[in-house]
Design a protein around this ligand. Sequence first.
Ligand SMILES: CC(=O)SCCNC(=O)CCNC(=O)[C@H](O)C(C)(C)COP(=O)(O)OP(=O)(O)OC[C@H]1O[C@@H](n2cnc3c(N)ncnc32)[C@H](O)[C@@H]1OP(=O)(O)O
Length: 415
Amino acid sequence: MSGTIEVRYIEESDYGDWVLATRRGFLRPPVREDQDTSVTPSVMGIEPARTQGAFDGGRCVATFRTLPRELTVPGGAMISADAVSSVTVTATHRRRGLLSRMMARGLAAAKERGDAVSILVAAEYPIYGRFGFGPATWVTDWTVEIPRARLGRHELPDGARIDLVDGAEVRKVGPELHERVRRLTPGAINRTENFWKLYTGEVELFSHPWTEPHHAVYRDATGRVDGLLTYAIDDVWDGKMPQDTLTVRSMTATTPEAERALWRYALSVDWVVKLASGSRPPDDLLPLLLGDPRAARVTSHADFMWLRVLDAVTALEARGYAGTGELVLQVEDADGYADGRWRLTASPEGGQVRATGAEPDLVLDVRELGALYLGDESAVRLAALGRVEERRPGAAARADALLRTPRRPWCPETF
Ligand SMILES: CC(=O)SCCNC(=O)CCNC(=O)[C@H](O)C(C)(C)COP(=O)(O)OP(=O)(O)OC[C@H]1O[C@@H](n2cnc3c(N)ncnc32)[C@H](O)[C@@H]1OP(=O)(O)O
């Protein structure tokens, strides 16, 4: 019975047991006695005050933690986000309400701290809607058949260059580059020092054995680092013919020039016949950069970052709006956090949100607000699905004109 199981914030003395529980929950092989997992908590950046465990007879059987993150919203502002991670329940203890208990406590703590939203990367689609989260960003993975791509000859812009660098150099230039990338990318979050250590293999997580990747840095004519591509290449030969695949681990850039140049570089490495793009924004330049876009086949297209609005006023006032207009939204939130009827007055100068008694234009659950918030989902589409109720004709289209963004939001990493 879940009543006999204690759900609580952990202490340092729980670290070892808690880490083993996350491994069990994520179905990783059991740890042998001679294997040392003691470094894992510091690499993961565990903060006991934000880390819960469920304990049955003193043994950890469920895990849940949150990370303090800044989330870029449309318009370029950054809001404080409670990033949920390491959610597991051991197979013997599933479906007894342990996730529900940890989530209820986690969301209450985030609201109390003043976080405007909670975010997470969902392992499976059906898990988090019931807790008020909606899919806010999506990702597409492509596989490019390079011999069919018709890339043509191409030059770097005058004075620009691409250099292969080692992990130490990435730790020097990567953080500053990402600070610029994330300001330009609604849906992106800040990266910690630990992120860069893991990215470059300076430290390793016991659960993720490391293989050294290649790093290519794009510099513009002034020497400014505008892009970073990290990739691995396998070494496959068929008789005397190379059949290598280049797999992108990460690619971010601050300018379209850098992005185009890094894709072209990756698509023109000798011996490589296939490129696996990794998870990209669905409107990535990649397919249309090819002479034959059909050479890029979609290998996966799925929801990625889910978002739960905790404070409708702060969240909606923080983001930018392309158009000018007013909208009365009735947000239904069973947990009460974002519940209310809100009048949004938006213009390119910003948004103002006030509680109102006026008739609503749209009635929607907080999940749908999460899906709409970063500009990715369409209110017209949700209305057609019956998930947003349009009380005034044309209100969903007006909402789209205010909320949607020219490029789709994207979160470049799992957290
Ligand atoms: C942000 C991240 O870390 S994502 C990683 C999530 N973790 C995983 O996927 C690891 C494998 N799965 C698990 O560990 C567990 O199944 C969890 C954490 C997903 C769910 O934990 P549980 O304690 O079983 O969830 P809980 O009992 O609170 O379920 C609440 C409700 O959600 C439903 N639910 C929970 N998980 C799922 C799921 N994977 N698919 C569909 N429904 C689900 C339950 O059926 C229940 O519904 P009900 O109230 O109508 O009966």
